[in-house]
Design a protein around this ligand. Structure first.
Ligand SMILES: NC(=O)c1ccc[n+]([C@@H]2O[C@H](COP(=O)([O-])OP(=O)(O)OC[C@H]3O[C@@H](n4cnc5c(N)ncnc54)[C@H](O)[C@@H]3O)[C@@H](O)[C@H]2O)c1
Ligand SMILES: O=c1ccn([C@@H]2O[C@H](COP(=O)(O)OP(=O)(O)O[C@H]3O[C@H](CO)[C@@H](O)[C@H](O)[C@H]3O)[C@@H](O)[C@H]2O)c(=O)[nH]1
Length: 453
């Protein structure tokens, strides 16, 4: 099947490469020339484990190409998948890129005389596909939906850092479609290639499934963080023990032959310094603003954002409680990416933490094995702020370290390094990954989220 993917960022590139690997012929379109050139030269423009190898394979086999213009490719394809960004801007979702991509596809469809399905993969709020996208498409193509063109909404659930694994082995494939033809063509994209239940629904339901999934996962994180604060304020309760006691319920973590089969869910029932990334913050905010526009004040998901905003700052105030003023003190921030195995720093809690430390006149040394360059673009280095990719120079003479991202390099730091390199070692564990007892036994002071002593 010939498929055009419009928008070759994170989702578009993974989608294009995986569909080509499964046997489809894919053209990936992006406005950015440098992305297109890199792809055609078999270079991956983002860091994502496993993508490199497959990209080389599909380019070499001729099943994937990249281009900046979509006209020819759309006219020759059965399906166009829209995977452009849908950021949150001001106080609502920004659909500028969706509008532009839809218009361009519609214009290109004037040249096609066979049925063609336009599929929205970008995360868009309910009713976007069956109103805005439908209207733009019909206006720009001069064709009628259901007669000459089809429309589908197929949300993506991949996680950064695990994108290849998630795309290749999806838990479910959600296909919202306008008509029968659109369903059957979209099924042809997936059915024979992926082993997953296909959920057939209308366009709005598909849009809402995506938001509900992200808002629920983000809410679990904020819920865990709220419980953490209650534990901190009580004393002699460790939120880690509490949540471990909760997740062993088989309704969260079913067992097969006595073994846990879904411990991944436990990551969302853990206390820490908050969630970040390119999706949770913007999607939860978009759902809130959509709900308000529909005249419903969403109390639970509103608090999800509020708790998350406070979480990085709570860490700093606990550090201050322990060491007094931060002015002139050196603080090592371990981890800049919003989670391990990615170079993505968008909305990472490390941004709020570094800004707050600088505001309090601390000297900051940020460390990350992959995300340092991306962070430099957001908060450039200066006299008070240094970056590196390894932790040892950051620990040297530091008054405290704050663990923000649980990269294995950091989790495995031997306590001897804290003792040897730091002034009077103090570890603030923002992800609860260190062995508190082991550190304390070596005389290292320890502050953990959700732990008062
Ligand atoms: N990143 C994720 O983990 C993830 C997972 C699931 C869903 N999503 C959703 O997928 C969508 C895309 O996210 P992303 O992270 O891949 O975004 P991204 O910013 O990495 O990529 C978007 C790409 O689209 C290109 N683009 C914009 N307008 C274009 C046009 N008219 N023609 C051609 N190219 C165009 C941009 O140049 C950019 O490279 C968003 O709606 C996001 O919410 C993202
Ligand atoms: O090893 C981990 C993994 C996650 N987290 C926390 O969980 C949050 C979210 O992680 P994750 O869900 O893996 O992030 P994303 O890659 O942004 O993926 C989410 O957002 C995507 C975009 O919509 C969806 O497709 C995914 O299903 C959804 O999980 C992070 O900010 C962290 O707070 C950790 O602390 N450590």
């Amino acid at each position: 099947m010939k498929i055009t993917v419009v928008g070759t960022g994170y989702v578009g590139l993974v989608t294009g490469v995986c569909l080509a690997y499964k046997g489809h012929h894919v053209i990936c379109i992006d406005k950015k020339k440098d992305i297109v050139e890199k792809i055609n030269n078999m270079e991956v423009p983002i860091y994502e484990p496993g993508l490199d190898k497959l990209l080389k394979e599909v380019i070499a086999s001729g099943r994937l190409k990249a281009a900046t213009e979509l006209g020819k490719s759309v006219a020759e394809s059965e399906v166009s998948i829209i995977a452009v960004g849908t950021p949150f801007k001001g106080d609502e979702i920004d659909l500028t890129y969706i509008k532009a991509a839809t218009k361009e596809i519609g214009t290109a469809l004037k040249e096609r005389d066979k049925y063609h399905v336009v599929c929205v993969k970008s995360t868009v709020i309910p009713t976007t596909t069956d109103t805005l996208v439908k209207n733009y498409l019909e206006d720009s193509s001069g064709k009628k939906l259901g007669e000459d063109i089809g429309l589908a909404m197929n949300p993506e659930f991949l996680r950064e850092g695990k994108a290849m694994e998630d795309f290749m082995n999806p838990d479910r494939i959600v296909i919202g479609a306008y008509d029968k033809n659109s369903f059957s063509i979209m099924e042809k994209v997936y059915k024979d290639y992926f082993k997953a239940p296909i959920i057939r629904c209308n366009l709005r339901t598909a849009e809402m499934i995506k938001y509900t999934a992200n808002a629920l996962l983000a809410t679990l994180i904020s819920y865990s963080n709220e419980v953490a604060t209650i534990c901190e304020k009580t004393g002699e309760i460790d939120v880690k023990e509490v949540l471990e006691g909760v997740v062993l319920d088989k309704r969260f973590n079913p067992r097969v032959n006595g073994k846990l089969v879904n411990p991944e869910m436990n990551k969302y029932l853990q206390a820490g310094c908050g969630f970040g990334g390119s999706c949770f913050p913007k999607d939860v905010k978009a759902l809130i603003s959509y709900s308000i526009a529909k005249e419903h004040i969403p109390r639970i998901i509103d608090s999800t954002i509020e708790v998350n905003k406070e979480q990085p700052l709570r860490i700093i105030s606990r550090l201050e409680d322990s060491v007094g003023t931060l002015e002139g003190k050196k603080v090592a921030v371990l981890g800049l990416a919003f989670k391990p195995e990615t170079d993505d720093v968008r909305e990472s809690p490390s941004i709020a933490i570094i800004k707050e430390l600088l505001e309090k006149k601390a000297r900051v040394h940020g460390v990350d094995p992959k995300a340092m360059d991306n962070m430099k673009k957001i908060i450039p280095p200066d006299n008070s702020l240094t970056y590196s990719t390894e932790y040892k120079s950051a620990l040297e003479d530091a008054d405290a370290v704050i663990l923000v991202t649980s990269w294995p390099d950091f989790v495995q730091i031997p306590p001897e390094d804290f003792i040897r390199l730091m002034k009077k070692p103090l570890v603030v564990d923002g992800r609860r990954v260190f062995d508190k007892a082991r550190l304390k036994a070596k005389g290292i002071r320890y502050i953990g989220v959700g732990l008062a002593y």
